[in-house]
Write a new protein. Structure first.
Length: 194
């Protein structure tokens, strides 16, 4: 295999996690052009395509339209470090990377106003909420009554008229009675808990 004409790549200049120089294993490197692991043979990155082949038989791969050879094929590697030196560099890199790991993300602190609101809300009891509701119930009833009364001229001129009464009175009455029972059950439960 012929080299690609570039200057030899020093093994010491490659980050230790991008080259494998372990004893007893095949030497390999991440190709600088296509960033995939490739074996090193005769101090060169073996010839390879920029993308994996299509799985076609070897005699059909030479046809037009095939994937071109990666420019990193035949890159010469100069081994200017020993496997022991490489292993030490790799251990140092692992230690350095471990020291960069993120710490636990802490939640953002609440503003003083939000903190007060949340504390007051947590301290409220069902009986306290019922007392608050009774204090404003008359005002809510007045507001609801005022909403039902629309003076002439304030009604929208365009669009359909909205019904003020339910379409099926019997069904509406049954649903209201059911909701009343649910409310009474919740109210009894709240008063027994207090």
């Amino acid at each position: 295999m012929k080299h690609n004409g570039r200057a030899p790549l020093r093994a010491s200049s490659v980050r230790p996690n991008l080259i494998n120089l372990r004893n007893g294993e095949k030497r390999a490197i991440v190709c600088p052009d296509c960033t995939t692991w490739r074996p090193i043979r005769d101090r060169m990155v073996i010839a390879h395509r920029a993308e994996p082949h299509s799985g076609q038989p070897r005699h059909r791969r030479a046809e037009p339209g095939r994937t071109p050879r990666c420019p990193g094929s035949g890159q010469r590697i100069w081994f200017d470090i020993t496997p022991e030196q490489w292993h030490e560099a790799l251990a140092d890199a692992v230690t350095e990377a471990a020291s960069r790991t993120a710490t636990t993300v802490l939640p953002k602190a609440f503003s003083p106003a939000t903190d007060r609101t949340l504390r007051v809300r947590a301290e409220r009891t069902p009986a306290g909420r019922m007392a608050d509701w009774k204090a404003v119930q008359v005002q809510v009833g007045d507001t609801d009554a005022a909403r039902k009364e629309l003076p002439d001229g304030e009604r929208p001129a365009d669009g359909p008229e909205l019904p003020l009464k339910p379409e099926h009175l019997e069904r509406h009455d049954r649903r209201q009675a059911e909701l009343g029972k649910q409310y009474a059950a919740r109210k009894a439960l709240a008063s027994s808990a207090a």
